[in-house]
Write a protein that binds this ligand. Structure first.
Ligand SMILES: [Fe+2]
Ligand SMILES: [Fe+2]
Length: 286
């Protein structure tokens, strides 16, 4: 069991609020792309219940954390995830108005995770959280690193800004659930086994809900539209070989989320969004 926590910047909880009142959101907000719009909306709808589950899973072990740095980070992790959930819910209401099955996804994920909490032990749920946090941090860092990924949002600043802020914070707290797991267990084999289960469940759930969402959209039946959109997906920066190998790296014995150092990337994006001239400064509570 490891109780070692490397020195790092404190995690900040930003009191941010995105106002969606009176804004026009096109149905295919990802630059008009059919499949990407459904994928992003589906993932956004999975977040609120998913992140509540992460909070409960980590909170279960709060009393067993003695390292003062990690203890503080757990508090900040809970604070950040709570605000992510709230802001995604507001965005998901917009997606629901546009015809995405936002409420059905939210209900399904909530029921699925509450069932998991009835049958699965706390250590398993913590390992699930650490694994999914590796997914969110990896996908978040792709958004921050890749101009190509950001360009996929077209003119839709509303969704891109929400995800950029969320991406910064996912990267900032990417070590927390992992370090709590290492502190209370540290079992690399168990961690990797749970990651394999999570990969299967996360991918099947996301794919099935994206398919349901697409099936409800009349644009899916427009001649050639689905085929063209799926073709574009093959070169998506989120599905690159590098991203797949970063996800797989989690199963390496001795892996730590900070092996993929995001210090400079985060400094750049904190300045761009929340520096003196930051584009999202006006959305922070003073
Ligand atoms: Fe989050
Ligand atoms: Fe997170």
């Amino acid at each position: 069991m490891s109780t070692e926590t490397p020195t790092r910047d404190p995690i900040k909880v930003r009191r941010i609020s995105f106002d969606h009142e009176g804004t026009e959101l096109p149905r295919h907000f990802m630059g008009g792309d059919l499949v990407m719009s459904h994928i992003v909306a589906t993932l956004s709808c999975v977040f609120p219940e998913g992140e509540d589950y992460f909070v409960r899973s980590v909170r279960n072990f709060r009393d067993q954390i003695t390292d003062p740095v990690l203890k503080k980070e757990v508090g900040a992790f809970i604070g950040q995830e709570a605000i992510h959930g709230r802001e995604h819910r507001a965005m998901n209401d917009r997606f629901g108005e546009l015809g995405y099955p936002a409420k059905a996804i939210d209900r399904f994920i909530g029921n699925r995770l509450r069932f998991d909490e009835k049958v699965a032990p706390p250590k398993f749920r913590l390992a699930v959280t650490a694994a999914l946090e590796h997914y969110t941090a990896t996908l978040a860092e792709v958004l921050l690193e890749s101009q190509e990924a950001r360009d996929l949002f077209g003119d839709c600043d509303e969704v891109r800004d929400l995800l950029l802020w969320h991406a910064i914070e996912e990267s900032e707290h990417k070590t927390v659930a992992f370090d709590v797991f290492q502190t209370v267990s540290g079992d690399d084999k168990y961690r990797a086994r749970v990651m394999n289960v999570v990969t299967f469940a996360f991918l099947t759930t996301s794919i099935i809900w994206t398919m349901i969402s697409l099936a409800k959209d009349p644009a899916t039946r427009e001649r050639g539209r689905l085929r063209r959109s799926l073709k574009g997906l093959r070169t998506s920066p989120w599905l690159s070989k590098d991203v797949r190998s970063r996800i797989r790296d989690y199963n390496r014995v001795g892996f730590h989320p900070n092996d993929h150092d995001a210090t400079e990337l985060l400094a750049e994006w904190r300045e761009r969004l929340f520096g003196a001239e930051g584009t999202l400064v006006d959305k922070l509570a003073s």
